[in-house]
Design a protein around this ligand. Structure first.
Ligand code: AMP
Ligand code: MG
Length: 391
């Protein structure tokens, strides 16, 4: 069995990053930047007021000052500030020539209509200086960045209405299993509702993939092959769920081989998620995903998510919290890297969740995250600090 780290390495090493396209800034959320983004202007482009107040010369703070003009944001100052002069200025307005500070309005009083005098301590200049945040030509966002709302503000201020991003991977989902029915059907007691396809689609869409669901294929080589060929024509990545284990009707690996896919592995030392199959053929990738929904979720989170991000040129590193374990957890099978669903308590400790194994769908609904137990480790004792991978 391939160690988990080797499997992840093999998957990531096989990736050729997808080509790029331009999308409107309003459609760039959650996409991955395909180029460095540079600013075409200084930010701020000139010295600007940070407060509503009076722009004047620091040497004059103890004098009564005459007001020579009012400068709202968006107006170019017309007058230079001389000795014993000031301009009334609003937040964001350009600082007039001659002024070296802004005194906030709260620290001023007006002895007459056209004059102002200043009191209080005024050590802060309240000026944002030209180029203080960003210089012209500076890289403001790096290639490979996953675009979040705060990046969209940076793109807008750097003048990018069209944003270069990598293309979304086209991911095809095929469910396999004679026992499966779609969710709108009430299953007979020998049947099972297809939950994986919808869970997988949601996981892939969260990452930004363009998902196509091809339906449930019966457990027959010819039927699965037909589904596979249609999906292969249309997708960059195919995920086949179920049919990748040791059963008489598990045809996943056979289908891949029949279609000249080079299999890099068929089993990994992971629990849940041992029967994971991965194969490649020149920029086309196939995953055979275990049928049980918790396994499918875990392999997608741990292996397919970093893979899809890398396909888009983004290096995914999950946020891990480190918190103490509220109770000792133990296990018997120590041959594989194990993952367990956990909850974070209101006092910041980690509790395990009632979990009966990889078919136990709703164990994940209560989980805040997953924690791992390394190969050959059978116990993590109460109070130990554990890393929680949030899900
Ligand atoms: P398999 O890998 O085909 O042997 O499937 C392992 C287990 O996962 C079996 O109990 C299947 O019924 C179940 N399973 C397979 N596919 C799905 C699916 N799409 N949704 C929910 N459970 C599934
Ligand atoms: Mg099956």
């Amino acid at each position: 069995m391939l160690p988990f780290s080797k499997a992840l390495e093999a998957i990531l090493n096989s990736v050729c990053v997808l080509s790029s396209e331009k999308v409107s800034i309003t459609h760039s959320l959650n996409r991955i930047l395909a180029e460095d983004i540079k600013s075409d202007i200084d930010m701020p482009p000139c010295d600007r007021a940070v407060m509503d107040g009076y722009a004047c010369r620091r040497a004059d703070l103890d004098k009564e000052l005459s007001i020579v003009e009012v400068i709202p944001a968006g107006k170019k100052p017309e007058k230079e500030i001389g000795p014993k002069q000031c301009a009334k200025i609003m937040t964001g307005a350009p600082i007039p020539k001659g002024a070296d500070c802004v005194i906030m309005v709260e620290h001023t009083k007006k002895p007459a209509d056209k004059t102002v005098s200043i009191f209080g301590e005024n050590t802060n200049n309240f000026i944002r200086y030209k180029g203080e945040d960003i210089k012209t030509g500076q890289v403001v966002l790096h290639k490979g960045t996953l675009v979040k709302p705060q990046h969209i503000a940076v793109l807008a201020s750097a003048g990018y209405t069209e944003v270069p991003v990598t293309k979304r991977p086209k991911v095809g989902i095929i469910a396999t299993g004679d026992e499966l029915v779609e969710p709108h059907i009430k299953p007979e007691n020998w049947q099972l509702r297809n939950s994986n396809s919808f869970q997988l689609a949601a996981q892939f869409e969260t990452i930004g993939a363009a998902v196509t669901y091809y339906g449930i294929a019966k457990d027959s080589i010819d039927v699965i092959d037909k589904f596979f060929k249609k999906a292969a024509d249309e997708c960059d990545v195919i995920t086949l769920s179920g049919g990748v284990s040791m059963g008489d009707f598990d045809f996943g690996p056979e289908i891949f081989k029949k279609n000249n896919i080079k299999l890099l592995f068929e089993k990994i030392a992971l629990k849940p998620g041992k029967p994971l199959v991965f194969g490649v053929k020149k920029g086309f990738y196939c995953f055979g995903i275990p049928g049980n929904p918790v396994s499918a979720f875990v392999v997608t989170e741990l292996l397919i998510k970093p893979f899809l991000y890398k396909l888009m040129g983004h290096e995914y590193s999950p946020v891990n919290l480190k918190l103490p374990l509220a109770e000792t957890i133990t296990r018997k099978d120590t041959e594989r890297l194990g993952w367990f669903p956990v909850k974070i308590t209101s006092d910041g400790r980690v509790k395990s969740i009632d979990y009966h194994g990889s078919a136990h769908i709703n164990s994940l609904s209560d989980a805040d995250g997953l924690i791992s137990m390394d190969v050959s480790i059978a116990e993590i004792s109460k109070g130990s600090l554990v890393h929680i991978r949030l899900v």
